[in-house]
Design a protein around this ligand. Structure first.
Ligand SMILES: [Zn+2]
Length: 270
């Protein structure tokens, strides 16, 4: 088996304890050290898949109990579709877990195997030639973790996020259910896929999928932000420069984007 280079970087999503409802992306080496020279701008990562590679298959290794299997597959398909729709790349789901795939989504229950701190929600490796870590996206599904994943990050009943301090049906003084934010799987998968394909963080544009922080805001228990697609200022041109543009006409593209963020897509399976 090929070993991975010690300077291969991964992007980890970590809870920002100083801010409510905010999570940050941090780049680090496997040993946990943070390279100083990396977070400097929005140029592409030094390495990426060869331009002639157009087809990627992907599979799940385990599922999280947080979402139904169909909802999870849908969430990752939406994330991969977000690249497929704007580039010449295509992504296919592989049911057979024994097939070797380009991308692997793994939910890990064992913190040793996850190989990150408990405060890390997910991580993925930035592409590096011949590394066996390429294309791996890992999620923290350990019992000790206080994350609850939904497709789009809907607020959920508090007991699902924090079963120690809350129980099912707990209500606020005004009689409404006590809710907590969940983690937006589609958005996380899109960000990490961006790295896998060779994008660095975009430190300038707050709305960018590659911006190294995610804030969630809710109004009346509905998600306020609708930024579940690539920003057209930086991310889309960077992806299409590397991997070619799709042949979709603009009108179809924007219609597809509008459809994609509709909650009903997921509610059907929930
Ligand atoms: Zn990142």
């Amino acid at each position: 088996m090929t070993l991975f280079p010690s300077d291969q970087l991964r992007c980890s999503l970590v809870q920002d304890n100083s801010k409510h409802n905010s999570i940050n992306y941090v780049l680090s080496r496997a040993d946990g050290t943070i390279p100083e020279e990396v977070e400097i701008g929005q140029d592409d990562w030094t390495h990426r898949y060869p331009r002639e590679k157009k087809f990627f298959n992907w599979k799940f290794l385990d599922h999280t109990p947080d979402m139904k299997a169909k909802v999870q597959i849908r969430a990752f398909q939406e994330a991969f579709n977000s690249v497929q729709k704007i580039t010449e790349l295509s992504f296919d789901y592989e049911k057979n877990v024994n097939v070797k795939t380009d991308l692997t989504v793994e939910w890990l229950e064992d913190i040793e195997k996850f190989n990150s701190k408990l405060s890390v929600l997910a991580h993925a490796w930035l592409f590096y030639p011949n590394s066996n870590k390429n294309g791996i996206m890992e999620f923290n599904d350990t019992k000790e973790s206080k994350w609850y994943f939904t497709a789009l990050g809907w607020p959920v009943e508090a007991y699902l996020v924090d079963p120690i301090n809350f129980k099912k049906g707990d209500k606020n003084l005004d009689g409404t259910l006590i809710m907590r934010g969940s983690q937006p799987t589609v958005k996380i998968a899109m960000h990490e896929l961006g790295h896998i394909l060779g994008l660095r963080h975009d430190l300038i544009n707050r709305g960018s999928m590659m911006y190294p922080s995610v804030s969630r805001s809710y109004i009346n228990n509905k998600i306020q932000k609708k930024t579940f697609y690539w920003d057209s200022i930086t991310s889309i041109p960077r992806l299409t420069e590397s991997y070619g543009s799709s042949f979709m006409i603009d009108e179809h593209l924007s219609r597809w984007r509008g459809r994609r963020i509709r909650e009903s897509t997921y509610r059907r399976h929930a």
